[in-house]
Design a protein around this ligand. Sequence first.
Ligand code: PAF
Length: 279
Amino acid sequence: MRIVTSAQEMQWVCRELRGGGAVLGLVPTMGALHEGHLSLVRRARGECSVVAVSIFVNPLQFGPHEDFAQYPRTFKEDCRALEREGVGVVFAPEAEEMYPAGAVTTVSVAEVGDRLDGASRPGHFAGVATVVAKLLHIVGPARAYFGQKDAAQLAVLRRMVRDLNFDVKLVGCAIVRDADGLALSSRNRYLSAEERALALAIRCSLAVVEKMIDEGTRDADVLVCAGRRVLDAEGLRVDYFAAVDADTLLPVQTVTPGTLVAVAAWVGATRLIDNFLAR
Ligand code: PAF
């Protein structure tokens, strides 16, 4: 497995691979890898001849009071796991490599980028879109893989790829959960044992709503209130609980198959997200 830290070298390596006929798959990550990331890698391995994984804690997508400094960095373990998964190339640039002094160009996806996490984390999705646009330019993959857990991120990136004619297929991959249902996240590492137990209310709130939908309730307000009640009962601070169109992230009145039901809530100082697509 080759580890590359320079953007220009990564561009050359990927150009050479494509020239030799490789179908490149890209899995962008911020490291602190867990089974969710590895499931993206496995899917990419099944569909592409060479898999590239980027590991970059992107400063642009963190707000001034967020956890950029504290974000777990486990580069050596990450590389060992990626090597075991048969990854071809790891791209691990420093911040100065991705954003050299004087870099002022950013990508911002209007409207959709200001909804859900974009509403509560101003500038977050511009940071994500900018770094992903750069990674797509550097690697030039045929396919790029993202977790459905970050459903709003996926909607923003799909819009960016469509609006800017990126020649890449974005593949959304199913959420991976712990045995008790908690969605895997690098931020789960922040949770104390007590918070870890409380965090299950997030999954529970979605399960309650999913069951109500399956039993025939389709009114979004009724469903959202029911989901919120579960979180309120556990004393979790809700950032949003919403039923939205999965592409535009605009609220819906009636839940139909494909509606995104998404939640973000604080467990202590840790903000966690989860969601499902209605059947
Ligand atoms: O989902 C993530 O881990 C990040 O937002 C991404 C896509 C790697 C961009 O930094």
